[in-house]
Design a protein around this ligand. Structure first.
Ligand code: G3I
Ligand code: 9MR
Ligand code: ZN
Length: 540
C-alpha cells in the first residue's frame, strides 16, 4: 500500500490476460505512468493518461492508462511519481486460481458435515446443524434438514437463494465446460464428474429435503428463530431449526433448478437426473394447483432473513422454461408462452428476480423455433438490455454499468449479474464488445474501484479482511475464509456501523471492511455464484 492509504492507481489486483485490453484507472493529477517489471525493475512501458471522466457514483475524477501493448507474461507494477500500484501478473490464464477459489468457497459454506483439515486447512470445523428441523406450525412434525450450504455470514439455508446459486454454477458449467475441468479438489472428486457438479449436488441433495412430501410445495427456508451471535461457530449454533412455510417463489425456483439439474447431470448420473426431474414435476404440480399465492413473510417468531418476494411470476416463468427445455413437453411450452405475456422483469438474475433465467433457458433451448415471435422478442429484449449496460459502462469512470442508485445491499451481485447478462448477449450475438465490458466488471470486483479493494477474500494484495461471516469471526484464524465475495457498497447505510462511520460518502464508497457491517461486508453463496460464472468465461 502507498504512504497515503488508498492508492491512486487502481487495477485488477490479480492481473490481465496476455492478449486482452489492459487499463489501470488513475485519480492522480500527473499525466505520465510507467509499467515496471517487478524482478528486474526494468521500465517496460511508458504511457500517458487519457481524458478525465467525472464518476459521480464514486465521487472522484478518473483517467485511463492503457498498457495493452505489454504482452510479455510476467509480474509487473505501475508507477507514477511516488505512487505505485501493487504487483500484478500478465499471463495466459490469470484467473484460474481465482475461479478455483470462488468454487472452493462453496465447500467452506457446507453444512451438516465436518470440514476436515485435509480440505479446509486452518478453516476446518466440526459438523454443524445435524438435528432434525421442526415444521413451523406443526410442532410434532420433525424432518431431516441437514446438508447444503449456509446462505451467507449467517447459518440459515434459504431455498430460493440456494437455487439461484446452483443455477449460476450449472450455467457456468454448461457455457464454459473447459474452464471447469481441473479438480479443486473436493472429498468427492472422482476423476470423472466435474467438481462443480459434485459441489452443486451437495446443495441439490439438501433442496430435496425442502420439498413437502404430500404436496410438492417447497419450504421457503430453514433457520433458527433468531440469528446467533457473530462469533458463534457453526457447530456451536445448536438452537432449534424450523422449516418456514411453503412459498410460491421457493417452489418455482425449486422446479427451475431441478429441471436444469436433470439436464446437466444426465450424462454423468442417469438416475440422479431422473430424481431431479421427478421432484421438479411435483413442484410444478403444486404451482398449478396454487395459481395465486401471497408473498412470503416471516412467521411472527422468526427474525432471520426473510427473502420476501411479492412477485412469483418470474419464478414460475423460469420453472416453465426449464421444464420445457428438460422434457420437450408442450404443456410447459404453453405455460411459458402465457407467462411471457405478463409484466415482470425478464432479464434480471437476482435472488428475487429470476425472470432472466427463464429468458435464457428459452433462448438456449434447441427445440424452440428461432423465427418465432416470442423467441425474437426475448432475444431482442436481452440484447437491448445488454446494450444499455454497455452504454452505461462507457459513461462511468470505473467502466461498470452501475448507476449511483444501483449501489444497494449486495451491489456486487448486481455487478456480477450484469456481467453475466453481457456474456449471454455475447453468446447470442457473437459481439465481443459485450465480453470486454463483462471483463471490466470483473476488474472492478478485483480492485479497479474507488476504494482500491478486492472484494474477494484471499485474492488480490488488498482484499477484504473482515467479512461479516460468523466462521471467519469465530475461528481464531487471522485470515478470513478465502474465496468469499463481499456484498459491496450500499448507499442506503443499512447497519449501525456504517450509519456511524460513512455519513455523506459517495455511493460507491459506502462500504466498510468491518465485521459489524452486515449491509456492506457480508458474504453470500449467491454473490459468489455469478462471480464464478463470469470468471469461468475468462478462464477457458
Ligand atoms: O429493490 C429496491 C430498489 O428498488 C431500491 O431502489 C433500493 C433502495 O435501497 O432498494 C432495493 O431493495 C433492496 C433489496 O435488498 C434489493 O435486493 C433493499 O433496500 C435491501 O434492504 C435488500 O437487502 C437484502 C437484505 O437481505 C435485507 O433484506 C439483500 O438483498 C439480501 O441479500 C439480504 O440477505 C441476507 C439474508 O436476509 C440473511 N442472510 C444474509 C443475507 C445477506 O446479507
Ligand atoms: O448477522 C445477520 C446477517 O446475516 C443478516 O444479513 C443481517 C440482516 O438480516 O442481520 C444480521 O444480524 C444482525 C441483526 O439483524 C441485528 N443485530 C445484529 C446482528 C449481527 O450480529
Ligand atoms: Zn451448518
Amino acid at each position: 500500500m502507498s504512504e497515503c492509504g488508498t492508492r491512486m492507481i487502481t487495477l485488477n489486483q490479480i492481473g490481465y490476460p496476455v492478449d486482452g485490453q489492459k487499463i489501470a484507472l488513475f485519480t492522480s493529477s500527473e499525466s505520465e505512468f510507467k509499467v515496471i517489471e517487478v524482478i528486474s525493475g526494468a521500465v517496460v512501458f511508458e504511457g500517458r493518461l487519457g481524458n478525465s471522466v467525472e464518476d459521480g457514483a464514486s465521487g472522484v475524477t478518473v483517467r485511463k492508462g492503457d498498457f495493452s501493448e505489454v504482452q510479455q507474461p510476467g509480474q509487473y507494477r505501475i508507477e507514477q511519481g511516488k505512487h505505485r500500484s501493487g504487483a500484478f501478473i500478465i499471463t495466459d490464464r490469470p484467473y484460474h486460481d481465482l475461479q478455483q477459489g470462488l468454487l472452493k468457497a462453496f465447500y467452506y459454506y457446507r453444512c451438516g458435515v465436518e470440514l476436515t483439515e485435509e480440505y479446509a486447512g486452518p478453516w476446518s470445523h466440526k459438523a454443524c446443524h445435524t438435528a432434525e428441523g421442526i415444521v413451523y406450525g406443526k410442532p410434532e412434525l420433525k424432518l431431516d434438514s441437514s446438508g447444503g450450504w449456509h446462505d451467507a455470514g449467517d447459518y440459515g439455508k434459504y431455498s430460493g437463494p440456494g437455487a439461484k446459486a446452483v443455477a449460476d454454477l450449472l450455467l457456468a458449467y454448461e457455457m464454459y465446460p473447459s474452464a471447469l475441468l481441473s479438480p479443486i479438489p473436493l472429498p468427492e472428486s472422482d476423476g470423472h464428474t466435474p467438481d462443480v457438479l459434485l459441489e452443486c449436488k451437495v446443495e441439490l441433495d439438501w433442496l430435496f429435503k425442502m420439498q413437502e412430501a404430500e404436496t410438492g410445495g417447497v419450504y421457503h427456508k430453514l433457520t433458527t428463530l433468531n440469528f446467533p451471535g457473530l462469533d458463534v461457530m457453526p457447530e456451536d449454533d445448536t438452537a432449534a431449526l424450523y422449516f418456514s412455510p411453503v412459498s410460491a417463489a421457493a417452489t418455482g425456483d425449486f422446479a427451475g433448478v431441478m429441471a436444469l439439474a436433470s439436464r446437466i447431470y444426465k450424462p454423468f448420473n442417469h438416475s440422479y437426473a431422473q430424481k431431479c426431474l421427478d421432484a421438479a414435476v411435483a413442484a410444478w404440480g403444486w404451482l398449478e394447483t396454487h395459481p395465486i399465492v401471497p408473498g412470503f413473510n416471516n412467521p411472527s417468531e422468526i427474525t432471520t432473513g426473510e427473502y420476501g418476494d411479492e412477485q412469483d411470476l418470474d419464478e414460475r416463468f423460469w420453472a416453465a422454461a426449464e421444464m420445457y427445455r428438460a422434457t420437450g413437453e408442450e404443456v410447459y411450452h404453453k405455460a411459458f408462452e402465457q407467462l411471457a405475456e405478463e409484466s415482470f422483469p425478464k432479464y434480471m438474475l437476482g435472488w428475487g428476480d429470476m425472470g432472466g433465467y427463464g429468458s435464457i433457458a428459452y433462448l438456449l433451448n434447441d427445440k424452440v423455433d428461432k423465427e418465432s415471435a416470442l423467441y425474437l422478442s426475448l432475444q431482442e429484449g436481452l440484447l437491448t438490455e445488454a446494450q444499455r449496460l454497455l452504454d452505461q459502462s462507457r459513461q462511468e469512470g470505473y467502466l461498470i454499468s452501475l448507476k449511483e442508485e444501483d449501489y444497494i445491499w449486495g451491489s456486487n451481485m448486481l455487478v456480477m449479474n450484469n456481467a453475466m447478462l453481457l456474456l449471454f448477449a455475447e453468446h447470442l450475438s457473437g459481439d465481443s464488445s459485450f465480453a470486454a465490458c463483462a471483463l471490466d466488471h470483473l476488474h472492478y470486483l478485483m480492485g479497479r474501484n474507488v476504494l482500491d479493494i478486492s472484494y474477494v477474500t484471499g485474492f488480490g494484495d488488498k482484499s477484504v479482511m473482515h467479512p461479516h461471516h460468523r466462521p471467519s469471526v469465530g475461528d481464531n484464524v487471522d485470515a478470513p475464509v478465502p474465496g468469499l465475495v463481499s456484498g459491496g457498497p450500499d448507499r442506503g447505510l443499512h447497519d449501525d456501523y456504517v450509519v456511524e462511520h460513512l455519513q455523506g460518502k459517495p455511493a460507491a464508497q459506502c462500504f466498510a471492511d468491518h465485521e459489524l457491517s452486515y449491509s456492506t461486508n457480508e458474504v453470500t453463496i449467491y454473490w459468489n455464484s455469478p462471480a464464478l460464472f463470469v470468471t469461468a468465461r475468462f478462464n477457458q
